[in-house]
Structure formats: C-alpha cells, structure tokens
Design a protein around this ligand. Structure first.
Ligand code: ATP
Ligand code: MG
Length: 555
C-alpha cells in the first residue's frame, strides 16, 4: 500500500518556486444531491488534510447548480458528515449559488468577446451535431449570430421569456476539436425550477463545467483536486479562465476510490433508498458515511483507511477487507470484551447447589490495562452457544459433546452427562456437572479440556436483539452487472431477537461499542437501542482477512 503522495510533491514544488506566494487553498465541493459516501471521505481527508499540513485553508463548497436534484436535507447531512469526520471549515461555507450573479456577468463578457452564443437547437440536435471520437462535430446554424442579438436573447433567457429547453448559451470554441468537451459546450440552460437557496430569482442555471472553474477561481483556490474523469475537462476550464482573464487554480486529478462489493455513486445509492432496498441513507449496510457511522465505524478508523489507501493516478479497487481491518485494529485496543450468547442452549449444572450463586472477576479488555474488571455472575443454570455443542461430533469438533469436558471461560470446567430433548426431538437442554477444583477456569492438574466457551448465567441474563450484517452485494464489482440491483445480497441482514447477554449490557449507552467474546465487534444502535432493550449491530467479525492477505504477500 502506497502512501506516497504525488499531490504533495506538486504542492512542495509550488511552495519552493513561490508560485502561489506559499499559499495553499483547497476545497471540498459536493453537489448536495445525496448523502456522502466513503469515496467522498477520501476526498475530504485529502483536501482538509492538505490544508492542515500546509497551514492553508479548505473551503466547504456546495456545488448547487442543479435545483432539480438538490435539497436542504442533503446540505445538512453533508455538514454533519464532514464535522463528524473531524474537519472544520470554520466560516468558509460557500455556495455556488452565491456566485450566480458573477457567473452571469462572466457569460455576458464572453458573449461580448464573440466567444459565446445563444443556440436554438434542441438538446437532441446538439448531441447529434456534437459528433463522436471518430467524427468531427457540426456547427450549429445559430453559431454565427451577432453579438447584439446574442446579448438580447441571453437577457431574455434570464428574464424568463423562453420555455425550458428552448434555448441554451454555448461557448464558441471548436466543433472539430479532438476533445469533445471543447465542441462548443453548453454554459447555461433554462430551468423554470425554484432553487433551495435562490428561490425564483433565476430561471437559467450554469452548467457544471462553466460553473465549477469559476467557483474555484472566485474563491482563489490554489490546488483544485478532483477525480480522474475531469482530466479531459481541464482544457475547457483553462479556456474559460483564460478568456475571462481570471485567477487560475492548478487542477490536479487523482483516482477515485472504488471498494469491492460496493457501489460508490450517489445516484445508485439513492436508488437503493428510493426503491426501499435498504432502510435509508444511513442503513448500516450502506457505504455512506452516515451508514458506516451507524454500523459502528469510528471517524478515526475511516481517516486511517483514507491514509492507508493513499492517492494514485490510476484507478483501482480497494478490498473491503482493508476497511474492516482498520476498525478491527482500533476496536481491539478500545472495546471491552463481554459475553453474549446469540443462539442460547440451556445447561443445568446438576451438582451445583440450587440456592447458590457466585461472582467471578473478569478483565474488561486484556489489551488495555486501564479498562479495569467487572463481576460476572455464575449459577446452576447457564446458557452456552448452541453451536458449541454437538451430540455426535465429527473428528475436528473441539467443543462440548456427551461425556466431554469443556472450560467455561473464567469460571469452571463442566462435563456433559445428559442431553434432554423435547417431543420433536430437538435438544432442549444439557445436564452437566462442574469441577469445583477448577474455579477461575483452571484446575491444579491443568488437564486438557475440549475448548473454552463463553456463557451467561440464566438468572439476570438480558435479552438483546442482534443484527448481523453481511455485504450488501454478492458481486465483487456490482457496477459491472447489467443492473447493480440484481446482485443485492438477499442475506445481507439477519435479525435475531432471542439473544442473551450478561447483565452489564442491560443499560448500555446507545453508540457504545463492545466485543462479544468469540463473535466480533458490536455497537448499541444509535437509533433503535434503548436502555433495558438493547439492539446491537455487528460492526465487523473477529476474523481478519486483510491481515491474512498482507501476511501471505509478505509485506
Ligand atoms: P457521485 O458519483 O457519488 O455523485 P460525484 O463526484 O458526482 O460523486 P460530488 O458531490 O460532485 O459527487 O463530489 C464531491 C467531491 O468528492 C468531488 O471533488 C469528487 O471528485 C469527490 N469524489 C466523489 N466520489 C469519489 C470517490 N469515489 N473517490 C474519491 N473522491 C470522490
Ligand atoms: Mg457530481
């Protein structure tokens, strides 16, 4: 994994040559048309991280030029997510819509220079006239309108005298350019749609390619960092800013993040939400920042992930196992270990007195000496995990079975003597005896036993709901499927309401993360968990496939 950063090399060189007088100004420019995802997190960490490192500034700029798709709720969620990730834009919260007046003036200036014209061609015709990679484009019959006529028509467009789609303003560049973005791109379109911020003030809106470079220029951005697909747009940005004689940031492209078994596109994620394939933008299976937060990821683990993947010039796909590795590594150090039995099987310890109970002191987290200890209750009736017992065990099963002895973690050795079944033949409970000599989990003779099991004392156990999450997609690259929705994993969520946990979890604070011993890391859900009625989300299992991959590669 490379953390080398060619972007920093460029900035270092600019500082050395005094290109921007040592100034570093970046921005994170989301379009408020959906919730942010982990790909945006990469861009946020990069832009704010660079500003931090070079004592520069990073603006939060909403690129709100398309009122048809943009909403206030997305603006609010974006602000919440950027803050939660740990970044502060201070008072630099900007909106492209605040510059609509200046953008309009720039368009007028280009018309006056003979560099822009009003076109009456329909959207379909413009597309047809544009040509292809192999065929040059054709000039519009309206291309050679006089300046006065263009100015008059553009003003009428602004004043609402035409219907949507009736006219557009285009840059007059070169219809035969090998770069399709240079073939007289549309700068303004008519949209009789109210804007969340400017209301009905405008009925013409600038296109992304015209607006974006002006936004960067107006804010005096020095390094405009964007994803690779904008490399072919750079000549157009250069053209606009040069023709207008404006401040001209350096655009630097990097590869966008892709993660296996995920889709990272607001549009696609929005479809999962609107078609109710998931419970919302913050569904814990979603790769959105809000989904990851609800799933139990910490901001630090996401920042760690962003720094490990680094930035590159070539597109690639990152293994989801790396993201999981980052949170697992953190939680291994910080999460208390607790006992929870997900599929309870009752055990009666026949030689343990009926009226007796006792407590064992157990460590909260062996990885953290400051985490302290707690008392675990033990008595005659306990639960173990159903899968920790087999009536007719195969060779490699090293847990409890008839006639066998197993260790109850931190408590006693028990031996299974009898299997009690119900009328349908399924196992109802086990009858075991314990060895009083093994108190604390070991005997003086330290004899070998069949596995170490977690357990819960039945009286005082808390009923909990546990949601096991799996990958949302069955295919490594759902974008390659004919329709990404066809490879949604039908088993991405399993809810179990019959789980039992130790009494310390009864009043767990929503948002707190723990390790269920032998199972994985879990969080008490921020929305659904209540004191007395805990609901847990599985963040990640204990098995670290990433560590295995790295070990195998010997890196
Ligand atoms: P989406 O396709 O998900 O809507 P977008 O690029 O259209 O993404 P914007 O709101 O325009 O979304 O993105 C804001 C910033 O986040 C842009 O600078 C963009 O380059 C960056 N970004 C978006 N997706 C990724 C990604 N997968 N990896 C890295 N950066 C990304
Ligand atoms: Mg976009």
């Amino acid at each position: 994994m490379s953390t080398g950063n060619f972007i920093k090399d460029i900035i270092n060189e600019d500082i050395r040559t005094g290109r921007w007088y040592g100034r570093v100004a970046t921005r994170f420019p989301p379009e408020p048309n959906g919730f942010l995802h982990i790909g945006h997190a990469k861009s946020i960490c990069l832009n704010f991280g660079i500003a931090e490192q070079y004592s520069g500034i990073c603006n939060l700029r909403f690129d709100d030029t398309n009122p048809v798709k943009e909403e206030q709720k997305y603006i609010d969620s974006i602000k919440e997510d950027v803050s939660w990730l740990g970044f502060d834009w201070k008072d630099r919260e900007y909106y492209a819509s605040d510059y609509f007046g200046r953008m309009y003036e720039c368009a007028v200036k280009l018309i006056k220079k003979g560099k822009a014209y009003v076109d009456d061609l329909s959207q379909e015709k413009i597309k047809e006239f544009r040509g292809t990679f192999t065929e040059p484009g054709k000039k519009s019959p309206f291309r050679d309108r006089g300046t006065e006529e263009n100015l008059e028509l553009f003003e009428k467009m602004k004043n609402g005298e035409f219907k949507d789609g009736e006219k557009v303003l285009r840059a007059k560049i070169e219809m035969t350019s090998p770069n399709l973005n240079m073939r007289d791109p549309v700068m303004y379109r008519i949209l009789h749609t109210a804007h969340p911020r400017t209301g009905n003030e405008w009925c013409i809106y600038p296109m992304y390619d015209f607006a974006h470079c002006l936004e960067d220029s107006i804010e005096e951005i020095t390094h405009s960092i964007c994803t690779l697909e904008f490399e072919d747009h750079r000549p157009l940005y250069d053209w606009f800013l040069e023709e207008l004689g404006l401040h001209h940031p350096q655009q630097i492209e990097f590869a966008r993040l892709n993660i296996s078994y995920n889709v990272l596109s607001k549009r696609k994620l929005g479809l999962l939400v609107s078609e109710k394939k998931v419970e919302g933008w913050d569904d814990p299976r979603m790769p959105t920042i809000s989904g990851l937060r609800r799933r139990g990821y910490t901001a630090a683990s996401i920042r760690d992930f962003a720094s490990r993947i680094g930035v590159a010039k070539a597109n690639s796909t990152v293994d989801t196992a790396l993201l999981e590795h980052c949170i697992r590594e953190e939680l291994n150090k910080t999460a208390d270990r607790v006992f929870a039995v997900l599929d309870p099987l009752k055990i009666i310890i026949t030689n343990y007195p009926e009226d007796k109970s006792e407590y064992f002191e157990v460590e909260n987290n062996p990885e953290d000496s400051a985490s302290g200890t707690r008392e675990l209750k033990f008595g005659r009736e306990i639960y173990i995990e159903r899968e920790d017992f087999m009536e007719a065990p195969p060779k490699k099963f090293f847990r409890l079975a008839p006639g066998r002895e197993s260790r109850l973690k931190s408590a006693y050795y028990i031996k299974c003597n009898e299997v009690v079944k119900d009328s349908s033949g399924s196992i109802k409970e086990l009858r075991c005896t314990y060895d009083p000599e093994s108190r604390g989990g070991d005997t003086p003779d330290r004899r070998k036993v069949s596995g170490t099991l977690h357990w819960i004392c039945a009286p005082g156990a808390v009923n909990i709901t546990v949601r096991q999450y799996d990958r949302l997609f069955t295919r490594e690259n759902p974008d390659e499927a004919e329709d990404f929705r066809l490879c949604i994993n039908p088993d991405s969520l399993a809810v179990n309401k019959e789980c039992m946990a130790e009494s310390s979890l009864k009043d767990i604070e929503p948002g707190k993360r723990v390790q269920f011993f032998r199972h994985g890391y879990y969080i008490a859900d921020i929305k659904d968990s209540k004191k007395g009625k805990p609901v847990f989300n599985r963040i990640v299992s204990l098995k670290d496939t990433w560590a295995k991959i790295v070990k195998k590669e010997g890196s």
